[in-house]
Structures are given as C-alpha cells and as structure tokens.
Design a protein around this ligand. Structure first.
Ligand code: ZN
Length: 273
C-alpha cells in the first residue's frame, strides 16, 4: 500500500472521517432518543390508561388519543429510518469515492514510476552510446596518429619467426641484395645505431606506443642515435655482418620490449606480407 498518508497536513480523508464519525454518533443518539421515546410512550400509555379507566368509570371512553400517539410514533420512526438510510448511503458513497481516489492515486504513482524508469533507461542508453562514440573517436584518432607501416624491403622473405636449428629466431629475414636499401618500417626515433654482437651493424627505431623495430646485418648505417626518421627512409644498406651466412635484412618487431611475430603484426597494421 502506498504510504501517502504519512503527510501531517490535514487531508480530505480526515474531513471525511469526521463526517462519517458524526453520522455514526447521530445514529447512536437517535437510538438513545428512540429508547427514551419508548419509555415516554409507556409513561403516556400509563397516564392515558389511567385516564381511560377514569373515563370508563364515567362510561366515556375516548379512543382518539392513543391512536394519534401511535401515528405520531410511526411517522417519526419512518422519518428516522429514511434519514438513517440517506446518511448510510452518503457514508458509503464517501467511502467509495475515497477508494476510487486511492486507486487512481496508486495508478498515477505506478505510471509515474514507470515513466521515470523509462526516462532513466533512455538516459543510460544515450550515455552508453555517447561513451561508445567517444571511445571509437579516440581509437580512430589514435590510429590516425600512429605512423603508417611498410616492409623494410621489397625482397622476398627467406626465413620466418620461430624455432630454427634449435634456437629462437626472433624476426623475419628478407633476402635482399648486398648494398640495397633498408627502409624504416615506420616513423620514429633512432635509439641504436652500431655494432651489436650477432646482429652485426644494427639500427633500432622507437616508433612510440611501445613499438620498436630492429634491423640487423647491415653493411652500412645511414642514421645516428636521436635521428627522427619517417616511414620508408633509407636507414642502412643490406649486408652480412654479425652471425650471417649471406646478405639479408634481419627484421625484428618488439612490442613493449618483447619480440613479436612480425607477419601477423604487419597484417594487423594493414600491411600485406
Ligand atoms: Zn634473421
């Protein structure tokens, strides 16, 4: 049940309650009055009987008075019943009206709640949609900010990423001719340019977003640490320095410091491999 009666302000219901109580009180009063009338009638009857006896003694009996008394009471009784019925029906209609009002109020409250829930749901949906659009826009912005990518050479791949001769091969080998160009796979900053063990002459480019590219076995290096390079820039010449059995480019792609499988990575960036 709705708790709309908690308000301390006087309500139409309270007024109606007073009205109903007044009706019931009047009914009690009438009942009491009725009892008094019976007593009064009895007394009157006694007096009249006494009178009749007195008249009878003088042989002059008048029947008119008792009849008038009876008619008087009958008429008043009828009037009382009518009033009672009217008031009862009034009380009943007040109660019925109140029930109707309560039902209407409950219905209105339920409809209001439903409308509010619908409004809330729509607001959440709109918020979600806006967040999704924002996320998409940010993703596109990030993608647009990222450099485009390409392979370091148009030469064919002679060896892939994975276990080879019992050791891990962390990159792709491109069977390029001695002295041909080694292209930066994307824009970035040179973080290493020099000899590095088995890599021979090595160039490392930091592309940002945790992505680095390694180019090994070069015969010559054209860049220095700190240089900014763009995608396709010729950073070195193909060679066979370090652990190498013939001229080729050894390319590694590192993501967050770890070598990753370059073929899938390039395909993920929209580069055909
Ligand atoms: Zn290799």
């Amino acid at each position: 049940m709705a708790n709309h009666r908690e308000n301390s302000e006087p309500k139409p219901e309270d007024t109606q309650n007073l009205r109903i109580r007044a009706i019931l009180r009047r009914r009690h009063m009438r009942r009491d009055r009725h009892a008094w009338r019976i007593v009064a009638a009895a007394l009157t009857a006694v007096v009249l009987t006494g009178g009749s006896v007195a008249y009878a003694n003088t042989a002059r009996v008048d029947q008119k008075d008792p009849q008038a008394t009876e008619a008087y009471f009958a008429s008043h009784k009828l009037q009382d019943r009518q009033t009672e019925e009217d008031e009862l029906s009034e009380a009943q209609s007040i109660l019925e009206e109140r029930i109707q009002k309560e039902k209407a109020a409950e219905k209105a409250a339920a409809e209001k709640k439903k409308a509010e829930e619908e409004k809330k749901r729509k607001a959440e949906e709109a918020k979600k949609k806006a967040e999704e659009e924002k996320r998409k826009a940010e993703e596109e912005k990030k993608k647009a900010a990222e450099p485009n990518w390409q392979l370091p050479s148009s030469a064919s791949i002679s060896s892939g990423y994975g276990m080879r001769w019992g050791a891990m091969h962390n990159g792709l080998d491109f069977a390029a001719d001695m002295g041909s160009d080694v292209n930066a796979i994307g824009g970035g900053t040179v973080t290493f340019a020099g000899v590095n063990g088995g890599f021979g002459n090595l160039v490392i480019i930091d592309h940002g977003n945790g992505i680095e590219s390694y180019y090994g076995h070069n015969s010559a290096i054209n860049v220095s640490v700190g240089d900014k390079v763009s995608r396709g820039d010729v950073i070195a010449q193909v060679g066979s320095t370090g652990d190498s059995t013939g001229p080729h480019i050894h390319l590694e792609v590192h993501v967050n410091g770890e070598p990753t499988e370059p073929t899938a990575w390039f395909r993920g960036k929209g580069v055909d491999v």
